[in-house]
Ligand binder design. Sequence first.
Ligand SMILES: NC(=O)C1=CN([C@@H]2O[C@H](COP(=O)(O)OP(=O)(O)OC[C@H]3O[C@@H](n4cnc5c(N)ncnc54)[C@H](OP(=O)(O)O)[C@@H]3O)[C@@H](O)[C@H]2O)[C@H](O)CC1
Ligand SMILES: [K+]
Length: 503
Amino acid sequence: MKLLSAAQTHALDQATIKAQNISSIDLMERAANAVTDWLFKELLLDYDTEIHVCCGPGNNGGDGLVVARNLHRAGYPVRLWLLPAARHSADFTHQQHQLPAGLAVQEVNPDKLPDIAATAMVVDALFGTGLSRPLEGDAATLVRHLNASGATVVAVDMPSGLFADAPQPAGCAVVQARYTLSFELPKLAFLLPQNAGFVGDWRLLPLGLDAQAIREAKTNLFFVTADEMRGRFPERPKFSHKGTFGHALLLAGSQGKIGAAVLATQACLRGGVGLLTTRVPAVGYDILQISAPEAMCLADPAADFLTELPDLAPYAAVGIGPGLGQQDGTREVLRQLLTTAEVPLVIDADALNLLGANPELQSLLPPGSLLTPHPKEFERLVGEPARDDYHRLEQLRSFANHTGCYCVLKGAYTALATPAGHIFFNSTGNPGMATGGSGDVLTGLLLALHADQRLSPLDAALLGLHAHGRAADLALPHTGHAGLLASDIIRFIGPALSELEIL
Ligand SMILES: NC(=O)C1=CN([C@@H]2O[C@H](COP(=O)(O)OP(=O)(O)OC[C@H]3O[C@@H](n4cnc5c(N)ncnc54)[C@H](OP(=O)(O)O)[C@@H]3O)[C@@H](O)[C@H]2O)[C@H](O)CC1
Ligand SMILES: [K+]
């Protein structure tokens, strides 16, 4: 799915109106009816629920007027609040004239704000994609009042005060929605951790936007859905053999962190690799052989950390990082790998920290490699803290661009930046994954997919991110969030990948 800017969203509305030969009022009715249907279906409102609908002066407010009308007609006791404004949009004014006589309408008085019970439901239709500056004055006062009420706030299209595609200054008033009901395509703002407290759970409602206009809209930001991933993992041909799926090499583990090597090894095996050799320091040999008998184990001559790079000739892809430690000897293994590898590399964890601590190594990164930092590792890699999540995305894009590598930024919506400047947000996964070892599992899985000769580096990365989150989602009913372990994710890699084989 494309992520479009506020300006592009507006253009898409106009294109839809033209292509479908409808009026802007028709589109507003569709939007507001979809919101009302959702409220009826998902919130199961009682007829005595206190409902407040707060409307701003533009078309977001117009949507709110139609929602209030619908709720009133359905027999709910709705109170409608209008924000004082010098000008209103034409469609707002049109909808204001359609309000039924019995519906209570009041202008918001900042000196006597509405009484809102904590058990009430508030529909926030103050501002949407037309927000042109941070909220202040009456609008900010009302928003702070809504947030303090403790009521369940359902935002129409956007939590009011939040920009769709740019940061807002710290401390300015933004609605803290429990739900945000947006239309057809998500907004970039929904995917960034800094906005989680405003957006709440977001949903996309159908609006019937013009498919051709969506296809033609230019963007380098994408939200990757399950529908888009389905069928992208090729089924195994009947006459395949283990060579078809590649022989991978994993460099991992150090004294006290052999578990990371085990997890990455098991995940790589479950990711369908043809053959896997794992290189661990000697201390890990027995552990690995016992816990992952399907993998070959190549022990380093040193006991506690890696000091020698094996001959790379047999391998289709190499992964490095889980539990590696940052010893000088291991740094030299990384340096040698970066200068000699001619196959795709997957670089994680301490290998990233070594790249951060030794920036001269970064110029050796073979183009096309995949790096998988979490935000702290990414900060060490680029050597500069980000101002906010939007700035961090720009840093990510620029890093991928100047190194020619694919770079992940792990999070609730893990982002993948490509050398060409695209950013793909993953849609699977859950908070149970915030636990030690889940990154090691991702590395192992990504390594398996990079060794598979049938997949491009981009598809391998997208499939791996999707399947990793999906495996955790499949594990969740068995474990709950708190009880989810990295090894539970491994158990469900197979089923998660199978889902992606079928169109
Ligand atoms: N496809 C769709 O998604 C559809 C969306 N619809 C809804 O329409 C809104 C966008 O409507 P728009 O009228 O463009 O914008 P808003 O309603 O968000 O706000 C515009 C008015 O608000 C004023 N404004 C902007 N910022 C502030 C501020 N900080 N303080 C006070 N007033 C502000 C703005 O005035 P300007 O001075 O900036 O001109 C406008 O008066 C979208 O979000 C959906 O909810 C349609 O219903 C159809 C389909
Ligand atoms: K809103």
